[in-house]
Structures are given as C-alpha cells and as structure tokens.
Design a protein around this ligand. Structure first.
Ligand code: MGD
Ligand code: MGD
Ligand code: SF4
Ligand code: MO
Length: 647
C-alpha cells in the first residue's frame, strides 16, 4: 500500500485557516496533523478537524444527489437533479420574477470560489439576498462606524504587548492557534486578562479573570473609561485622534466607578486595575464574538474601540482592538456588487421567509449552512423552509436543513475541496487542494453552477477551469508574490496587502480620519423570562458556546450523544442533582437535557453546547427567540433567559 503525504488548507468557519498535513494510505486519510512550516498552524490541528475523517466516513456523509419523490428523499442522477432545478428556476422566475428566489449562503466553507454561488444568483436575477450577519454583524458594523474598517494588526504583533485582554473570547476552544501566540507573549512578559461570565478552558491562560454579569460589558467599559478620565490617564493625542471625546466622557461620568462596578457585578478594585492596565500599555484588546451576539452588541464593541483609542493603544505596536482579520481583502471579486430586489434579514430568516409577499419566496437555495439548526427561532426557520415550494440544499452532510429539501446536492468535504483561503484570525493566504478524490457522484460547487448556467442560458457565467478562477481571484496580489504558483511553492503566503500595523499613521479610515467614539449608552434590555413554577430555577442566562468537538452543527466522532447537557452551578438548581433529567424552558419553548453541575460557574448562567441537531431535540436555537442586534443585523442569541425544571 502506498503512503502519501499531502497538504491542503482547512476551509472551515474558523479564524485559523490551518495548513493541513494528511497521511493518505491506499486512497484513505489515516492521519491529519497541522503543517509544521505554517507560521500559525505550527504543526497541530484542533480536535474537530483531526477527527474529521470519522465524520466524512459516517452515514451522515452525502455521496449522491437526492430528489424528493413521494415525500421521501431518494437517490437520483446529476442529470435528473440539475434538469429539475433548471426547470423550476426558470419557471419560478418567469411566473413570479427573480425576487421569488432566495439564495442563502453561510460559512460552511470559507473558500473564495464559493462566492461564485452569489454570482450565479446575481446574474440569474438578481434574486432575493440575505442581509446582516448572525456571526459577526454587530461587531463589524461597530468597528466600521468607529474605525472605518474591521481589521487587525499582524497576529504576531501581540508579542509586543504588555497586557492582552481577552474580552469575551475563548481561544483554547474556538481559536486554538492563538494559544501558542498568547503563550509566547506571556513568555515575553505580557499579562493576559480574561473577561467572560463563563469559566472555560481559556481561564488556564489568564493571569486575571473577571467573571462579570452577562451582557454588562458596556457598564464595565464605561467604568474603566471613568477611571481613565478621573485619573488623567487619557492619552495626550486622544482629542486629536477621536471625534466625540466630550460626549463619551459624559457617558462615563453618568455613574461613579463603584456604581459601574456594581452594575457589571465585579469588584470596584478590578475595574480600577483594568484601567491601570490600559494606562500602562501597550495593551491589546482581543474582542470575542460572544458578547456582540446581544441586543446591545454593537454598542459594547463600540465602547471597547473607544477604550482602546482613548487609552492611546490604537496606533501603537502591541495595542489594537482586534475583532476580525479582513480575510477577503486580497482577493479580486468575481462580479460587481448588485442591488437585490429584496432582502431577507439573516437573524429573522424564519419570520422574513414566511412574511414575504408579492412575490412569496417560492425557491430557497441553501449552500454551506444549516439554518434549521443554527439560526435563532429555529422552529420558525424549520417551518418556513418546510412551507417553501422548492428547496435545494448543497452540503457534504445530511443536515437538519437538507432533510427538508426537495433536492440535495453532494459537494466535496474540506479534504476533497479545491479553493483559496484567507483567514479571519491572521493574515496568511493559502490554497486548498484535494488530499483524497471526492466520491464519484460528488461534484465541486463551481462545476455544479457551470452546468446549471448552461441549462438556464446564462452565457455570462464563467466557464473557466478552477485553476483559472483561482488566478482571477489572485490577480490583485499575484504581482506581489502571492500568485497561485507562489502559494503552491511556499504553502501559506503572508498577504501582501496587510501591513504589520493596521493604522501606522495615527489615522483611521473613517471620513474624518478620526475615531468616532460611542455617543450613547443604551440600558440593558429587559428580557422576558418564562413563568415560575414549582421546582423551577430562577431565570438563568442561556449560553450556547462553542465546544471542542463540533464546528457549529458538525460534530466530530460520536457527536453530542443521546442527550443534550446543560452546565449550571449546583446552587442555581436547588434540589436538582448532577445528572438529573430536566427541561430547559424559555419563553419560546423547551428542550430536554441532562444537568451537569459545575461549581466554577456563576449562579445566574446555564450553558449548553452550540450546534446541537434540531431533529434530535438538541438545538439551543429551538428555544432562542429571533431578535436582531442594535447594529449590523446580528443575532442576539445570548439575550435569552431560561429556567431549569425537573422532568
Ligand atoms: N471548536 C469550535 N471552534 C469554533 C467554532 C465552533 O463551532 N467550534 N465556531 C467558529 C465560529 S463560526 C466563530 S464565529 C468563532 C467564534 O465562536 P464563538 O464560540 O462565538 O466565540 P468564542 O469567542 O469562543 O465564544 C464566545 C465567548 O463569549 C462569551 N460571552 C458571552 N456573552 C458574553 C458577555 O456578555 N460578555 C463577555 N465578556 N463574554 C461573553 C462566552 O462565554 C464565550 O466564552 O469561532 C469559530 N471556532
Ligand atoms: N445558539 C447559537 N447559535 C449559533 C451560534 C451560537 O454561538 N449559538 N453561532 C452562530 C455562528 S457564529 C455561526 S457562524 C453560525 C454557523 O452556522 P452554519 O454556517 O449553518 O454552520 P454549520 O452547522 O457548520 O453548517 C455549515 C454546513 O456547511 C457544510 N459545508 C462544508 N463545506 C461545504 C462546502 O464546501 N460547500 C457546501 N455547500 N457546504 C459545505 C457543512 O457540512 C455544514 O452542514 O451559527 C450561528 N448559530
Ligand atoms: S477548524 Fe480551525 S483550528 Fe481546526 S483545523 Fe480548521 S482552521 Fe485549524
Ligand atoms: Mo461564526
């Protein structure tokens, strides 16, 4: 049996975009590790991708196209599947116009060629498109408003930091390749502070931990700002670099430091100590995704931007307020931006699908996403999809969403794909290439759309081979050492269009060149709690955080198991034993689960894993109401109160 060592790049929705080293024996992947040469991957992969072959070989893997006949999904040929899709797309467009067709693409693969899906529907319509971003919408919109861009200093600039604040972030689980950088920074003398209501694996990295009250980051940030103003620690150049200093100072002055500390539920001394760290920089804020998935998520991230700028940490090496790395910046788009005839708001997808009129949404195309499990108010999302006349799902796995489709199209997995990747956790670019061939009845998404374009008469859709499409995408950077041949020769290449420092000249990218400081501080939302009843816990904040074993709804190995679990402090559920069966109730519904006592947690939180399957009754989203964030149409997944009730 021949053994080959082959390399590719992970395309999952993860900040790291790892270089993968695959050992392939007799045409099968027998081991996956990280590339040692990749400056960020450093030779290791996360649990979920190391164990990916088990999932790719499981019964969940889609290996041939399926078409619904007599109510049941049945294997069919590509010709039959694509002929049916072409006929229905043409018919629905002719009868109801392209607004009756809605294309939903999520982040199942971050490959840049996946954007050709958007191009197809832009050219065929333009069709109804999604707006908003349930993942990072609020944070990106906040940074866009404040800084004119959401991007970051070089990842390794953290080695110059004196303090690194992990603000609502759990890198040990969801951004694992940040961990060695944090360790190196600590070796070089940096202190790490973790600000998170939840006690999790990254606590082991922290020199100090603030377990503040859920959603009270705005109050904490204003308390820190108040200290900086009171103690004369606002940077000398802040007035010149920022617009709105006086108004922001007024927000901070609305309460005393002690009052802000009480509202955030942390000791006053901790607020003062945090302010001292900002004054004694360079201090970097690494903004996590969790707390911007709240109704005030935009305002919270804006407050962190303001803290960074006012404390003089925005323009210096070792500083910065990093939420995102602009992963698509280096790539040339495949077509112009078009204005869709109508939009569906991603955080309110179920509602908007059902409410759409003149025309109704008659066709839904889902690619690289499992909205039935992953969008809030999942029960309404499922119902809306079930009621849609014609649903096509392109995926590698038979998901909750695929089970509701009329046509299911099997596409390559991350080990079979061919594409280009940027990363949202560092500035390296790389290529993905198959380490194993895809099964015979699986097709690359680009070729699916090329075939479909011919069937529906779209002459303008590019029919070039995949390598040529990659060259098109790399046209901006090919002359600067990041062409396709360079990527192939060197593996990952640092993006030539990303500087070491995001703002090296003391100016940001807003219209005035100055930071726009937060000018309003909305109070915390008044959230509805389910009614009390005998034996039920007090209202608890429901967290649905990333777990090591899954990538959203894609579970490695045995998956979540039979029963959903919910972790709580024992005092939060008086009379309910560890291991007891319970129901988790919100105003939107309830789920069966098994209690896990965790004395390290606050007494007002309940934690379930992100990504449970809807049809197995394990998706937190079945009980999470659909509410948009204040900015960027994100989803306020975490503003959800539940009670734990014995079963
Ligand atoms: N293993 C694994 N890794 C993943 C993913 C996965 O599903 N599994 N998903 C990927 C994706 S899609 C994304 S977008 C990223 C991000 O994935 P996320 O899981 O969203 O991000 P994290 O930053 O790890 O986790 C959010 C953190 O925010 C904290 N948090 C929640 N509310 C608050 C609050 O009010 N205040 C503060 N200070 N903290 C709060 C949570 O307790 C949690 O620790 O990770 C990617 N990485
Ligand atoms: N309660 C709660 N809900 C959440 C979150 C949370 O923290 N809590 N996090 C939110 C976040 S941050 C995100 S990003 C979303 C994630 O939500 P989704 O993007 O829906 O995530 P997945 O469940 O990973 O679905 C991605 C699908 O893409 C498929 N796929 C992989 N590669 C390809 C490919 O090349 N082509 C195609 N067509 N398909 C492919 C996978 O098999 C998988 O079924 O979930 C959100 N939902
Ligand atoms: S999911 Fe993230 S950490 Fe895991 S291999 Fe892929 S890029 Fe690396
Ligand atoms: Mo995400």
């Amino acid at each position: 049996m021949t053994t080959q060592i082959l390399h590719t790049t992970c395309n999952r929705d993860c900040p790291d975009a790892c270089g993968i080293r695959a050992v392939v024996e007799g045409g099968k992947v027998t081991q996956l590790t990280g590339q040692k040469e990749h400056p960020v991957t450093k030779g290791f992969l996360c649990y979920r991708t190391s164990h990916f072959p088990e999932l790719a070989d499981s019964a969940q893997r889609l290996r041939q196209p399926l078409v619904r006949k007599d109510g049941v999904l049945q294997p069919t040929s590509w010709d039959e599947a694509l002929a049916l899709i072409a006929q229905r797309l043409l018919q629905i467009r002719a009868e109801s116009g392209p607004a009756a067709i809605f294309h939903y693409r999520s982040g199942g693969s971050l490959g840049i060629l996946k954007h050709l899906t958007d191009l197809f529907f832009d050219q065929f319509g333009p069709c109804t498109a999604k707006v908003g971003d349930i993942c990072s919408g609020a944070g990106e919109a906040a940074q866009q408003a404040d800084l004119g861009v959401s991007d970051s200093n070089d990842l390794f600039d953290l080695l110059h930091s004196k303090h690194i604040v992990l603000w609502g972030k759990n890198p040990a689980v969801s951004n694992t390749h940040l961990v060695p950088v944090l360790r190196d920074a600590k070796q070089a003398g940096a202190q790490v502070v973790l600000i998170d209501p939840i006690h999790h694996k990254s606590a082991g990295l922290a020199d100090e931990r603030l377990a503040l009250a859920p959603g009270r980051d705005l109050e904490l940030a204003l308390g820190v700002a108040r200290c900086l103003f009171d103690d004369g620690k606002v940077a000398a150049d802040a007035a010149a670099a920022c617009d709105g200093v006086a108004a922001f100072q007024q927000l901070a002055a609305a309460r005393s430091v002690a009052e802000w500390a009480t509202l955030a539920d942390v000791p006053e001394a901790a607020v003062r100590a945090l302010a001292a760290r900002f004054a004694d920089g360079p201090t970097a804020i690494l903004v996590g995704w969790g707390m911007q998935r709240r109704q005030r998520g935009g305002a919270i991230v804006r407050a962190l931007d303001a803290l960074c700028a006012l404390s003089g940490n925005l323009f210096r090496s070792g500083g910065g307020v990093s939420f995102y790395f602009r992963r698509r910046k280096a790539f040339q788009p495949f077509g112009p931006k078009v204005t869709p005839p109508r939009v569906v708001r991603e955080p309110l997808l179920g509602h908007d699908l059902l409410a759409a009129r003149d025309p109704q949404i008659r066709c839904l195309w889902v690619t690289a996403g499992n909205p039935v499990a992953m969008l809030p108010d999942a029960t309404t999302v499922a119902r809306a999809i079930e009621q849609t006349e014609f649903v096509v799902v392109a995926d590698c796995l038979l998901t909750d969403t695929a089970r509701r489709a009329h046509v299911v199209l099997p596409v390559p997995t991350l080990l079979e794909d061919s594409d280009l990747l940027g990363a949202y956790g560092h500035h390296w670019l790389a290529e993905s290439r198959p380490v194993v061939p895809m099964p015979p009845e699986v097709r690359h998404e680009v070729t699916i759309f090329q075939d479909l374009a011919k069937r529906v008469g779209l002459a303008s859709f590019p029919q070039d081979p995949i390598d040529q499409l990659k060259r098109h995408a790399l046209a901006f950077v090919a002359g600067q050492g990041a062409g396709l041949e360079s990527l192939r020769k060197h593996g990952a290449v640092r993006s030539p269009v990303a500087d070491e420092l995001l703002f090296p000249h003391g100016r940001v990218l807003t219209a005035t060149g100055r930071v726009q400081l937060l000018d309003r501080a909305p109070p915390p939302p008044d959230l509805p709690a389910p009614p009390a009843r005998a034996g039920a816990s007090a209202p608890l904040w429901l967290f649905s955080n990333s777990t090591e074993k899954s990538q959203a709804s894609q579970w490695a190995g045995k998956g979540l198991g039979e029963r959903l679990w919910v972790a709580v402090h024992p005092d939060a559920v008086p009379g309910i034993a560890d291991g007891a069966r319970v129901r988790i109730e919100s105003v939107a519904g309830s789920l069966a689960a098994e209690v896990r006592h965790d004395p390290a947690q606050r007494r007002d939180v309940a934690i379930v894993p992100k990504g449970g399957h809807f049809d197995r009754g394990q998706s937190a989203n079945a009980i999470i109401p659909a509410v948009a964030t204040d900015l960027g149409l994100g989803a306020a997944y975490l503003d959800c109160l539940v009670r734990i009730v014995p079963e």
